[in-house]
Design a binder for this molecule. Structure first.
Ligand SMILES: *Cc1c(COP(=O)(O)O)cnc(C)c1O
Ligand SMILES: [Zn+2]
Length: 482
């Protein structure tokens, strides 16, 4: 088969409201249900046609496509039929997103923790977080709409804990006219790297005092009252693109996810929604036989989903929480937009794979940052949310809900460099008290000062070099080479 050929299948997609079960046409931009304000998932009413192809044929198709040189099929659209089979080839924006590596824990780390596990490094996406998966999908759909409707200006807007704006601004800048990007950020609540990204991509950046949840309200009001395209996770197209994480993980493990446990940090809960939705599609098409177990992870400083699932099924009531500062800052959300999606998908997931196939664990700030530091001191590039997943894996083991024979796959949702400020706070013991983090010597690492500025002024260049060499040799107890 020609793996470069663009797929011919087209789906009949529509928005499906999880609040009132009504469906709406994708010919209009929708974010929440016009009837009940519920959140949407997108569904393909032709999905049953895909079932006529065997699981084996699908696996072959996707494995063949993995070798394509055709850019439009190299990213999330390797899985075109399962993602958004309504966009045309020329609508697709590809910036090198997706197909991120799964890196097994270093031998030492695996030995130390006594668990087989790997990081999927979603920080190796173009804007350095998994948000690019969803953005590639949302922008490809927007390009289709702009082309079909002849729009001459589209303002794209989002509120963000940092990474959504970085991603939206990047894809918006690449797409160019008619798109113009605006991002709204909580002042002082995103890292300096994260704010430099949308600024660097030329977006309009607005800062508001407050938290993410406050920014979200402003964005929603704007979307309800003005003609703008919303790129927050209410945008169901983003969820579709993020499903690629599940497809890739399955493909990486040769389409066998039995005995695997996927750890996903939960913020707005879009990512965990996408992963579960994607896995269930694979199962429905017989592409995989068994669903892996899913572990959501939340910090005790922002844990509404954990609290919900702590309750017995009959007494579960969702309550937003007030967040306090967290190093897993990208997941610091008290009222997750996608919670109704999670609730609906977990019910289905557990029906298929049985009770115990879905858990949410809660971890402490100290364990999150030390999870990141420990991983990175062993050659990984985990962000704080990746550290949160590591902490979640240890917590699950402690609770006896993760077995020793299982392989954990930890989602490192961003690149560690985005969160270097927290590493710096740890190493210099300068966390504000709200974080409740007390640095331990074993994880600290600071540069050594071996010579002073006065030494530099006083010594000749040659003596300066010699003095430095002597100090370093002494400090590291180097043996003299004879
Ligand atoms: C957005 C984000 C999260 C949280 O994902 P949700 O889909 O909001 O649950 C976690 N980590 C990083 C790096 C993010 O950017
Ligand atoms: Zn509705």
């Amino acid at each position: 088969m020609n793996s470069n050929a663009f797929p011919t299948y087209r789906g009949r997609m529509e928005y499906f409201c999880l609040g009132c079960n009504e469906a709406f046409s994708i010919e209009k931009l929708h974010y929440t249900c016009p009837k009940c304000r519920g959140v949407f998932l997108l569904r393909d009413n032709s999905f049953d046609i895909l079932k006529k192809t065997s699981g084996e044929k699908w696996r072959d198709k996707f494995d063949n496509r993995a070798a394509t040189k055709e850019n439009t099929l190299r990213g999330i659209f390797r899985f075109y039929e399962l993602i958004a089979p309504v966009v045309e080839k020329d609508d697709i924006i590809y910036l090198g997103e997706a197909n991120t590596p799964v890196i097994p824990a270093s031998q030492h780390l695996e030995f130390l923790l006594g668990q087989r596990f790997a990081f999927k490094n979603d920080g190796q996406n173009p804007s350095a977080s998994f948000k690019d998966r969803g953005m590639a999908c949302a922008f490809s759909y927007l390009k289709k709409m702009a082309r079909e409707k002849g729009w001459n200006q589209v303002l794209t807007i989002c509120a963000s804990t940092g990474d959504t704006s970085a991603s939206a601004a990047l894809y918006g800048a690449y797409a160019g006219a008619p798109f113009k990007s605006v991002v709204i950020l909580p002042q002082g609540r995103v890292t300096s790297q994260q704010i430099s990204q949308p600024l660097g991509s030329g977006a309009h950046v607005v800062e508001l005092p407050g938290f993410f949840d406050d920014c979200m309200k402003v964005v929603e009001y704007l979307a309800d009252n003005f003609r703008v395209a919303l790129l927050n996770s209410k945008n169901a197209w983003r969820i579709l693109g993020q499903e690629s994480y599940a497809f890739e993980t399955a493909q990486w493990y040769n389409w066998d996810l039995a005995g695997k446990a996927l750890f996903i940090p939960i913020g707005n809960a879009g990512n965990i929604t996408a992963v579960m939705a994607g896995l269930m599609k694979l199962k429905e098409l017989d592409i995989i036989d068994e669903l892996p177990r899913i572990f959501g992870v939340q910090s005790s400083h922002a844990d509404p989903v954990f609290r919900y699932y702590q309750e017995q099924p009959d007494s579960r009531r969702f309550k937003p929480v007030e967040v306090s500062p967290s190093v897993a800052q990208a997941a610091m959300i008290g009222n997750p937009v996608s919670f109704p999606r999670v609730r609906s998908l977990v019910d289905k997931y557990e029906k298929i794979q049985g009770p115990g196939s879905f858990h949410v664990v809660q971890v402490e700030e100290q364990a999150i940052i030390e999870g990141m530091l420990l991983a990175n001191q062993n050659g990984h590039i985990a962000c704080t949310q990746g550290g949160e997943c590591l902490a979640g894996m240890l917590r699950a083991r402690e609770l006896g809900i993760l077995e020793k024979h299982e392989t954990a796959v930890l989602d490192s949702t961003a690149h560690t460099l985005k969160f270097s400020g927290f590493q710096e706070m740890y190493f210099s013991n300068s966390f504000p008290p709200e974080y409740e983090i007390r640095p331990k010597k074993q994880y600290m690492n600071l540069p050594f000062q071996i010579l002073s500025i006065e030494d530099r002024d006083k010594l000749t260049k040659q003596d300066f070099t010699r003095a430095a060499v002597e100090k370093i040799a002494k400090m590291l107890e180097l043996d003299q080479e004879k």
